[in-house]
Write a protein that binds this ligand. Structure first.
Ligand SMILES: [Zn+2]
Length: 229
């Protein structure tokens, strides 16, 4: 069973998702919830402008917690880097419950991240996925610095950094002053193809027009998030 609710009634649904029985409660669209993928991106960019200009409106007041405990209906999913300076809820000025956020160093769509995003799209109804890079990214920097031999990196890092090296660090001009910025943008943009090629669920939703997948980079100094073309 999949869905759902009218504007006044909660329904708890049981959904077979990827072979796993999932219990979920979700809200339907509210008057302020973006109705389309384009609206979802517009809301994120408007929130980023509020954040940049110091006009943030999301205060996460205690009174909102009871509603959050009833269920979630985020309108957008974000793949963010694990970097401590990156927080989509703050950068896009969204309260708890509006963003379905997955974090991994280098914002790489690993299989686990893709599976999480599929849940966000197929079960929770997210209308947009944003691959969110950021300036001064240590993971991308590590890919550039160790592109000839990532095995010098400790622990499990080589397996992760290799996913940045091949598409974006291998052929970079390390003498260029903007080498890191270019690799960061490349890595974020690369995520779109990985999601579309790695997930039938995501690709179908895009084809059906119910989802868009975009990428962009947050400038840590200004807070500004810029969509990549
Ligand atoms: Zn990073």
């Amino acid at each position: 069973m999949f869905l759902i609710r009218n504007t006044t009634t909660w329904i708890i649904g049981l959904t077979i998702f990827g072979g796993v029985l999932v219990t979920h409660a979700m809200t339907g669209p509210t008057s302020s919830s973006p109705a389309t993928p384009a609206d979802a991106i517009s809301e994120l960019m408007a929130g980023n402008t509020r954040y940049v200009e110091g006009r943030a409106e999301s205060h996460n007041l205690p009174a909102a917690r009871a509603g959050l405990a009833e269920g979630q209906a985020p309108f957008a999913s974000i793949i963010r880097c694990a970097d401590s300076r990156v927080s989509p809820e703050i950068v896009f000025d969204q309260p708890l419950g509006e963003l379905f956020v997955c974090a991994v160093a280098g914002n790489v769509p690993t299989p686990e991240i893709i599976a999480s995003l599929e849940y966000g799209v197929a079960v929770l109804g997210c209308k947009a996925i944003v691959v969110m890079g950021h300036s001064s990214c240590g993971a991308v920097s590590a890919a550039l610095e160790n592109r000839d031999d990532t095995s010098v990196l400790p622990g499990s890092l080589p397996a992760l950094i290799d996913q940045i090296v091949v598409p974006c660090a291998e052929t970079a001009d390390l003498d260029a002053p903007d080498a890191l910025d270019k690799a960061i943008a490349c890595n974020a943009h690369e995520g779109i193809g990985r999601l579309l090629n790695g997930s039938e669920v995501i690709a179908k939703a895009v084809k059906d027009g119910t989802l868009c997948v975009v990428s962009g980079v947050q400038d840590l100094k200004t807070g500004r998030f810029t969509l990549l073309k």
